[in-house]
Design a protein around this ligand. Structure first.
Ligand code: 13P
Length: 234
């Protein structure tokens, strides 16, 4: 059983989400399906699909115009929230420290944070990818975390690029994440792979040890692309 999560980013309408939910309703799978959609699409009956947000404020409430708190997200019925996505880091300057605060806020509200970590192309070329991944886990996972978190390894250079790391590189990154979590006293935390996942590579990627599922961007937007990713893997 795997976790198949979609990240719709700033895409989607109520009609598109309804169509996706209907299309996923009767497919034959035991996998967990999560769709992380814009805030405006939360609070709809999503059937067997769990919904998630894509970011949360670090604050509970107050004078933070434009922000949405984890409690507010939880109140919609959403179960998950992505924190620390590459695009938040790139366009909004989010650091590991901020991501850790967001993950903590999510857990306090009863949400499961999907904590994204991964190296840039510069970091990969400088040979420090593994340090970035390890420190990402150590610095983004809040202290006193219970087991209700998910880690997503998203090599930032591969997002939306149509290319992925090699299977050996994915295996090494996921083993490092699992080992780092274990050293922090955390076992059995799902570790997803994300970046350029599509129907043609998803099953292979999910056969790599320590890959417990995928976080899918572009290929999660349309049922014809997303459904085979879910049904090709048991
Ligand atoms: P793509 O699948 O479009 O590369 O995006 C991955 C991603 O950012 C998921 O969070």
């Amino acid at each position: 059983m795997k976790i198949i999560a979609g990240n719709w980013k700033m895409n989607g309408t109520r009609t598109a989400l309804s169509e996706m939910i209907n299309a996923l309703q009767n497919i034959d799978t035991q996998n967990t399906i999560i769709l992380c959609v814009p805030y405006t699409l939360l609070n709809i009956d999503s059937g067997r699909i769990a919904l998630g947000a894509q970011d949360t404020s670090t604050h509970d409430h107050g004078a933070y115009t434009g922000e949405v708190s984890a409690q507010m997200i939880a109140e919609t019925g959403a179960k998950y929230v992505i924190v620390g996505h590459s695009e938040r880091r790139q366009y909004h300057g989010e650091t590991n420290n901020i991501v850790q605060q967001k993950a903590a806020a999510a857990m306090t509200a009863g949400l499961i944070p999907i904590i994204c970590i991964g190296e840039t192309m510069d970091e990969k070329q400088s040979g420090i990818a593994m340090q970035v991944i390890e420190s990402g886990v150590r610095e983004c996972v809040p202290p006193n975390t219970n087991k209700n978190i998910i880690i997503a390894y998203e090599p930032r250079w591969a997002i939306g690029a149509g290319i992925t790391p090699t299977d050996d590189e994915i295996a090494a990154a996921h083993k490092l994440i699992a080992d780092t979590l274990s050293n922090m006293g955390l076992t059995n935390i799902p570790i997803l792979y994300g970046a350029s996942v599509k129907a043609t590579n998803a099953a292979q990627i999910m056969s790599i040890p320590n890959v417990d599922g995928v976080l899918v961007g572009g290929a999660s937007l349309k049922p014809d692309d997303f459904i085979p990713i879910i049904t090709n893997v048991k």
